[in-house]
Ligand binder design. Structure first.
Ligand SMILES: Nc1nc2c(c(=O)[nH]1)N[C@H]1C(S)=C(S)[C@@H](COP(=O)(O)OP(=O)(O)OC[C@H]3O[C@@H](n4cnc5c(=O)[nH]c(N)nc54)[C@H](O)[C@@H]3O)O[C@H]1N2
Ligand SMILES: Nc1nc2c(c(=O)[nH]1)N[C@H]1C(S)=C(S)[C@@H](COP(=O)(O)OP(=O)(O)OC[C@H]3O[C@@H](n4cnc5c(=O)[nH]c(N)nc54)[C@H](O)[C@@H]3O)O[C@H]1N2
Ligand code: SF4
Ligand SMILES: [Mo]
Length: 858
């Protein structure tokens, strides 16, 4: 079968993938980002390309429609709003998951033809603080380093980055480099203990937002101990004195770390020339996000540790095309090619190359303000593409209301049902990964092709084409492209402007390139791969700037809610949620809470808690863990109303935004937490899709159908009816058993001698071998044995999945450790765990530490 070289659609590592139409997925050994590796999400891509749940035709007000009607309506409504209320009455909210070609035409349409800059992107929630920090320091938004720097470094400092789960292949590259050169050191700065901490020689469990104090302290220490690079500062950097003065006012102990920890970190940093500081959302998603970025950059500039092999600051991008979006000007305060809206020469030049009727003259609304403008009625027509803001923005319920308030909303998505799509007047079906062609740029500025290897299903169309179709119907020329290759060519040509104005972006070499066979290429193409090697920056005087920043006053509230990601899910789970393998890792919305806090609110393992924010609340499973500090909570952002009606964490997250970048501070919500007094807890498996609609519920795919966790506040009077309703199984005979002493309930629904559904309820969280229960669906095992929910002697219960590739559960691993496996490699040999993508290796190491019987000293 033919094998197509494409790129993974998930994280910003940008791994090359070899894909076959039957869903066989392998890492591309020739791709410089991954050299053949893939993580659990990449490896499971084949399980997410089915058409289940796909949006296959345009819909107008919930009914299938033809493209002509849908496109005419969108064009008519946008044109009417612009005519009546002006260009700023319409808005696009787009995504770092659009391909560069999609992004380019969306930006061109809004900024050059509609004449507004009201196009913002989910990168505002993701990279905006890094962009702003780079621009302040370097004069342009440049990530200077390459992935090889991570392997060549002697010290890697991870700040607010759970690399093991979020950029797994980079984690693996660093891990392999460290194994080969054990003198390489890793420091992890994170208020939580994470899977990434496993690689760290030093874990600094900082207070939330303690980063500026820590890095300001580092700068002061470097100055006080005479470890700055004076000649570099003199030749290439402005602002040192002011930055140092400001830094000296901060006390690093404010970071929450002990003087010993601080001293150990400073000594390591000061003494290691080849230092790379990797930072991600623990830095960006903060009220002081941009200042954190500059506090880090200050230390690299003051030591001249930038632009040379094995050293430099490295902001890792989240989404597959976060970087491409920044290049084409996807943010409301940028023009294409890293040029500035505020600069009339830049505006004229962009309008010139576009030959467009107009050009926006001022920055547009940033994401949070954009949805406020939806709420207050300013926005009359909104188009959301490839993002799910009703879940992913803070105050998610308020955002959903705001979208409802817009007179006309369009959503382009690949899925028929999403929390945002449910609010739209018009749904437009996009071609998804594997079905469309284009380019993406990864964290190290490497442009790779996404290539189609599947037919486009139903009436779906690629995003670029949908945008151009609407533009043409709005009467605009300049959108008559026949292919993404044409768009890319135009875009590559326009990067000459960046060169003309002395900026960094340069794809001119790629103009006219053989798009079909384009090989992964890093920009600036054909030049030094590292920026700033010559000490030249992009401010008018050619120098970099150190920025005077001060540690923020830390917020105090009842609980500090930190949010982020799970290993095996991608954002709002529209794709990864399809894979039962990935779902088995962590199957419902949860919140990590410290044991003492759990005790204080009287919550036991696996009970439910309500998290109460200023504007909304949600219900989550309590995961009691010492990995979070006392007074802090951690919850993943992934669950949506489609999967768990009360499980959207952003319902409870309402914070401000960073004053420089406008990025919401989604890592430091102040919330309250209470025990959720459930009268009963339930667990169900069914051959049918379930939508239990109980006060708490969470559904997930299994190998035989679906599973549901649920809970209610009132005990049902008829358990059979409850079981049938929850499992969505109306026919068949039901066997109901209730334990007279405990009150535990078990229901099996059987039809034609096959188990269709099982339901378990208890006044306590249900204890049942969940994976085993799901394997019974469709089997003819006698219902009574099944009702026990235990595993038959010949079918050991593997327990919660640790290795998603080979479906190896925690019990299997514990047994293997009991039988003498003493290393991750030995566990791999015994069980296969960790031998494919390797994403679970940190967890294997943790299990070894937990279950190994210490060998007595001789
Ligand atoms: N599995 C998986 N991988 C992904 C994604 C996914 O959805 N799933 N999404 C991708 C995207 S778009 C992004 S942006 C990246 C995000 O990648 P990361 O930024 O690595 O992921 P997060 O889990 O959001 O947050 C990272 C860490 O910041 C810590 N943190 C919180 N507050 C602070 C603080 O004040 N200071 C410090 N130093 N640390 C803090 C959190 O405890 C958390 O462990 O992941 C990408 N990769
Ligand atoms: N509390 C909290 N909130 C956060 C974060 C956090 O750490 N904490 N992180 C933030 C960050 S960094 C990010 S990046 C955002 C991510 O948040 P979102 O962007 O809202 O999440 P996704 O689930 O990636 O949404 C992508 C949507 O595009 C659809 N889609 C997939 N492929 C295509 C395609 O080819 N074309 C089109 N048109 N649609 C497609 C998917 O089905 C899905 O509905 O969340 C942010 N929100
Ligand atoms: S690390 Fe994983 S999610 Fe990220 S690009 Fe590579 S395979 Fe995809
Ligand atoms: Mo992101």
């Amino acid at each position: 079968m033919s094998c197509v070289k494409t790129t993974c659609p998930y994280c910003g590592v940008g791994c090359g993938v070899l894909a076959q139409p039957d869903g066989t997925i392998k890492g591309d050994p020739d791709h410089p980002a991954n050299l053949g590796r893939l993580c659990s999400k990449g490896s499971a891509l084949g399980e997410t390309i089915d058409l289940d749940g796909r949006l296959l035709a345009p819909q107008i007000l919930g009914r299938d429609a033809g493209w002509n009607d849908a496109l005419d309506l969108v064009a008519k409504k946008f044109s009417a709003a612009i005519r009546e209320y002006g260009p700023d009455s319409v808005a696009f909210y787009v995504s770092g998951q659009l391909l560069t070609e999609d992004y380019y035409v969306a930006n061109k349409l809004m900024k050059g033809y509609i004449g507004s800059a009201n196009i913002d992107t989910n990168s505002r929630l993701c990279m905006a603080s890094s962009v702003a920090g780079h621009k302040r320091a370097f004069g342009t938004d440049t990530v200077p380093g390459t992935y090889e720097d991570l392997e060549e470094a002697d010290l890697i400092v991870l700040v607010g980055s759970n690399l093991a789960w979020c950029h797994p292949v980079l984690y693996q590259r660093i891990s392999a480099a460290k194994a080969a050169r054990p003198q390489m050191k890793v420091v992890n700065i994170d208020p939580r203990i994470t899977a990434t901490s496993d690689l760290a020689d030093l874990h600094l469990q900082i207070k939330g937002d303690g980063d500026v104090a820590l890095f300001n302290g580092l700068l002061t220490h470097l100055a006080a101990t005479d470890q700055l690079n004076a000649s570099y500062l003199d030749a290439h950097v402005n602002g040192f004195e002011a930055a140092l003065q400001s830094a000296a006012k901060d006390d690093p102990v404010e970071s929450g770390l002990t003087p010993d920890q601080i001293a150990a970190f400073y000594a390591l940093w000061a003494g290691t020339e080849k230092t790379v500081t990797i930072y991600s959302q623990g830095v960006n998603q903060s009220l002081s996000g941009t200042d954190k970025v500059n506090a880090i950059l200050n230390c690299h500039l003051a030591t001249g540790r930038i632009g040379r092999p094995g050293m430099g600051p490295f902001s890792v991008t989240g989404q597959p095309n976060a970087m491409g979006g920044r290049e084409v000007g996807g943010l409301a305060n940028m023009l294409a090619n890293h040029l500035d809206i505020e600069n009339p020469d830049h505006r004229d030049a962009v309008q010139g190359v576009w030959n467009s009727p107009t050009i926006c003259t001022k920055p547009g609304l940033k994401a949070v303000d954009l949805f406020k403008a939806c709420a207050d009625g300013t926005i009359k027509a909104l188009w959301v593409m490839s993002t799910n803001p009703a879940v992913s923005l803070p105050d998610a319920d308020g955002v959903a209301e705001a979208i409802k308030n817009v007179p006309f909303t369009v959503v382009t998505d690949i899925m028929a049902k999403t929390d945002t799509g449910d609010l739209a007047d018009v749904l437009l079906p996009a071609a998804g990964w594997g079905e469309k062609n284009g380019t993406v740029t990864n964290s190290e500025r490497r442009i790779s092709r996404q290539r189609a290897f599947l037919p486009v299903p139903g009436a779906a169309r690629p995003d670029w084409q949908i945008i151009c179709d609407v533009a043409q119907r709005m009467g605009f020329d300049g959108f008559a492209y026949q292919s993404p290759a044409e768009i890319f060519d135009e875009y590559a040509a326009t990067t000459a402007l960046s060169q003309q104005f002395g900026k960094d972006l340069d794809l001119t070499e790629m103009q006219g390139a053989d798009y079909e066979n384009l090989r992964p290429a890093q920009w600036p193409v054909g030049k030094n791969a590292r920026f700033f090697a010559d000490g030249q920056f992009y401010h008018p005087d050619g120098k970099a700037r150190m920025i005077a920043v001060s540690a923020p006053v830390l917020r105090t509230g009842k609980f500090h809610l930190n949010t982020g990601r799970n290993r095996d899910q991608w954002h709002t789970m529209t794709r990864t949620g399809k894979s039962q393998r990935l779902g088995a890792h962590l199957a419902e919305p949860y919140v990590e809470i410290h044991p003492e806090d759990a005790q204080a609110i009287n919550v036991d393992t696996a009970e439910l808690v309500t998290i109460i924010g200023p504007k909304g609340r949600g219900i989550f499973r309590a995961l009691i863990s010492e990995k979070v500090a006392q007074g802090t909570l951690f919850a993943p952002l992934h669950w949506t109303r489609q999967l768990s009606a009360a499980g959207v964490i952003n319902s409870a997250v309402e914070t401000g935004v960073d004053p420089v970048s406008g990025q919401p501070a989604t890592k430091c919500a102040q919330v309250d937490i209470q025990k959720c007094e459930a009268a009963w807890y339930g667990f169900a498996v069914s051959a049918q899709p379930m939508q239990p609609s109980r006060p708490y519920h969470a559904i997930a795919k299994t190998s035989t159908g679906w599973q549901a966790e649920c809970a209610g506040m009132k005990t049902p009077s008829d358990w059979e009816r409850e079981a049938r309703n929850i499992t969505n199984t109306k026919t068949g005979s039901a066997a109901v058993m209730q334990d007279a002493t405990t009150g535990d309930v078990r229901v099996a629904i059987i039809e034609n001698d096959e188990i269709q559904a099982l339901f378990f309820a208890s006044t306590e969280p249900v204890i049942v071998a969940r994976q085993h229960a799901s394997t019974l669906i469709g089997s003819d095992v006698a219902s009574l044995a099944a009702l026990a929910g235990r595993t038959a002697a010949d079918m050991p219960d593997p327990g919660a999945t640790v290795c998603a590739c080979f479906n190896v559960g925690v019990n299997t691993l514990r047994d293997a450790i009991g039988q003498g496996a003493t290393s991750v490699a030995a566990l791999g040999e015994a069980t296969c765990a960790g031998t494919n993508c390797g994403s679970c290796k940190p967890e294997l190491a943790a299990l070894l530490a937990q279950f190994q019987i210490p060998v007595a000293a001789e």
